[in-house]
Design a protein around this ligand. Structure first.
Ligand SMILES: Cc1cc2nc3c(=O)[nH]c(=O)nc-3n(C[C@H](O)[C@H](O)[C@H](O)COP(=O)(O)O)c2cc1C
Length: 187
């Protein structure tokens, strides 16, 4: 099938919805963030891309720490609100039950079944965003979302974002085993 050129800004692949937390002037703040990914295997690192004008950014720089919290579909409305309201005008500190990372003191969300605290390793200045790269120094999961001691995506029930239709999507059916499904393909 032939390809047609589309808008380069039309991201249509699913992006995981997270809540990025930081202490900003001694107060926990959380922003909805979809531009997030794992970027290093060992030590484990994650990167989050935040608009330069966000309230969260100076908090990450000052504490050299942030958290990545994975909300379930049950937290969709609260997550969306954290993407509409800025900590500059709205105090989001009481919005969730907050606990702090043992290593970094970064604020994390009790209601999220999976939370990671990250030490800031590097920040990259991009034209409109800052890319914060952090080492995951602590990961916390609800016991009930584990299967055989590992996080189980069906129990975490995360959701993804597609743009530009701005849709939220639940994870669908498992379709295969990675690093295995391709084994019998002849090169
Ligand atoms: C669905 C959704 C996804 C978002 N993803 C990002 C993102 O990846 N990076 C970003 O900088 N802002 C993103 N935002 C916008 C911020 O969450 C929003 O500007 C928020 O108010 C920033 O909070 P703060 O000013 O308290 O830091 C997203 C918003 C929504 C609703």
């Amino acid at each position: 099938m032939g390809k047609i050129k589309i808008d380069s800004n039309a991201f249509t692949y699913p992006m995981p919805m997270t809540l990025v937390g930081a202490m900003v002037r001694d107060r926990p703040n959380f922003a909805a963030v979809a531009w997030v990914t794992r970027v290093n295997y060992s030590p484990p690192m994650m990167a989050v891309a935040l608009g330069k004008d966000h309230h969260t950014n100076p908090g990450i720089h000052a504490a050299r720490a942030f958290s990545v919290n994975v909300p379930g579909v049950d937290l969709m409305a609260k997550t969306d609100y954290c993407g509409i309201a800025s900590g500059k005008k709205t105090d989001k500190s009481g919005f969730f039950t907050v606990f702090t990372g043992e290593v970094t003191g970064a604020p994390m969300i009790q209601e999220c079944r999976l939370c990671m605290e990250c030490l800031l390793v590097q920040s990259v200045d991009l034209p409109g965003n800052e890319l914060f790269i952090g080492e995951i120094v602590g990961a916390y999961a609800d016991e009930g979302c584990l299967t055989d001691g590992k996080p189980d995506v069906t129990k975490i029930d995360p959701f993804t974002l597609t743009m530009p239709d701005n849709g939220y999507w639940r994870i669908g059916a498992r379709v295969g085993q990675a690093w295995s499904a391709g084994k019998n393909v002849k090169g």
